[in-house]
Ligand binder design. Structure first.
Ligand SMILES: Nc1ncnc2c1ncn2[C@@H]1O[C@H](COP(=O)(O)OP(=O)(O)OP(=O)(O)O)[C@@H](O)[C@H]1O
Ligand SMILES: [Mg+2]
Length: 407
């Protein structure tokens, strides 16, 4: 099953783009399911239909589902929730609040993703289109299981080797201690959820079948956030194969008082094309009215894809790589510039600036690299390599310690 995930800042057009992509795929004969993890019923609004929390057939080859995250959460997390609610309430937290405190931000959406595995295994769909919550947060969350799975194993082992053998003597010690011991079903469901999340991450980082597409508007904030998303998605192994810039005013028509906006958009569009190259950048126009209902979505899809197939791989390698070799961390960028003479590289805050001839590129650095000075950049087979020496972290720390002593 091919998986296309659309992500981006709030309100940029993710749901509209996802729905239109699904419409186009179904026209091409792919059995397509579009899944939204947004509890705000946005897909229903987009199709102008009442969608359920199980796949609803819209037309030949086209199915849509609006996951009810609370149902999925309950199904997978109830036993854990019960246990923690009991503890929180024991500390004087009120019932509803205690319930809420057992849900981490972004967790509802994470549970919706568990469905991916089910639909993949069903064999009923050729393509799954995922309409996700703002900018890759969930995908980042999905990268946690590596760390969390370790913790979960520890919990499991503690239960297996310590708590179970001790449960009788513990219970004799009175209710107070037994109160804080998680019941076996809670431990099991934590374990199961995290195992499944590891599977889901594997599915979504399968770079042959699964790609992420970034939807944005030509606005400063949108560009920054999308850059950040691109960095982290690359860092965590998700393959981004396209950027879509939505709501562009038509340059051929007079837009009245929006003329100024048009100039601003064109300026940012240039920055986007430079900054995200070599990823393909798809430009989508601003329509005179909302994109609602099948007919509007068909038109939007036609403008977006023409005769092309949305399930094609639009770009086939990661545009940014983070490679660690001992204490040297290299940021590697695919560059299309033919013969670079002058390369200027510097860092401000968590942003890496690269100037080549009159072209500029800005990359958001992962937190682990901020505060480091880049070494000398060099080109190798169309890839720009920018080394960072992690020893600097230690040196910086030593310098700070030294300064402290001196002062
Ligand atoms: N190119 C466009 N031209 C005109 N209207 C658009 C365009 N793209 C999206 N819209 C409209 O903008 C509104 C928001 O779009 P949409 O719901 O797709 O955004 P979203 O990114 O999914 O938002 P959220 O972050 O809230 O989920 C909708 O009413 C949609 O019809
Ligand atoms: Mg939406």
């Amino acid at each position: 099953m091919r998986i296309l995930t659309f992500t981006g800042k709030g309100g940029v057009g993710k749901t509209s783009v996802s729905a239109a992509t699904a419409v186009r795929l179904s026209q091409l004969g792919y059995r397509t399911l579009v899944l939204s993890t947004d509890p705000a019923h946005s897909l229903s609004d987009s199709f102008n239909l009442n969608l359920g929390s199980e796949p609803t057939k819209i037309k030949e080859n086209l199915y849509a589902i609006e996951v009810n995250p609370y149902v999925d959460l309950k199904e997978n997390w109830q036993s854990v929730q019960k246990f923690y609610t009991k503890i929180f309430m024991g500390q004087g937290v009120s019932g509803v609040m205690a319930d809420e405190m057992t849900i981490l931000p972004g967790m509802e959406e994470l549970f919706s993703l568990l469905r991916i595995k089910r639909y993949k295994a069903s064999g009923l769909y050729d393509v799954l289109v995922l309409d996700t919550a703002p900018t890759g947060e969930t995908l980042r969350l999905l990268s946690l299981p590596d760390t969390l799975a370790w913790g979960m194993k520890a919990v499991k082992n503690v239960t297996k080797y310590i708590i179970k053998p001790l449960s009788k003597p513990l219970s004799k010690m009175g209710d107070k201690i037994a109160f804080y011991v998680p019941p076996a079903d809670a431990v099991d469901s934590v374990d199961q959820v995290f195992d499944e999340l590891v599977d889901i991450r594997e599915i979504l980082t399968d770079n042959v079948k699964s790609t992420v597409r970034l939807v944005m508007n030509a606005e400063k904030m949108s560009i920054k956030e999308t850059m950040r998303a691109l960095t982290y998605l690359n860092l965590y192994g998700f393959k981004v194969d396209m950027v879509l810039v939505n709501r562009l005013l038509d340059t051929k028509e007079n837009s009245g008082y929006l003329e100024k906006w048009k100039a601003i958009q064109q300026k940012y569009l240039g920055e986007i094309e430079e900054g995200f190259s070599p990823l393909p950048v798809k430009k989508l126009r601003y329509y005179e009215k909302e994109i609602v209902g099948l007919a509007s979505l068909e038109l939007f899809a036609k403008d977006m894809y023409g005769d092309t197939d949305p399930s094609d791989m639009m770009y086939d390698e990661p545009p940014i790589k983070f490679v660690r070799n001992g204490n040297i961390y290299e940021v590697q960028l695919k560059m299309m510039f033919a013969n670079p003479v002058d390369i200027d590289v510097w860092v401000t805050g968590d942003e890496l600036y690269i100037h080549i001839a009159n072209q500029r590129k800005i990359i958001t650095l992962p937190i682990s690299l901020t505060g480091l000075e880049p070494g000398d950049a060099f080109f190798k087979d169309k890839w720009l390599h920018i080394p960072f020496d992690l020893n600097q972290h230690d040196k910086n720390q030593h310098r700070k310690d030294y300064d402290k002593v001196l002062n």
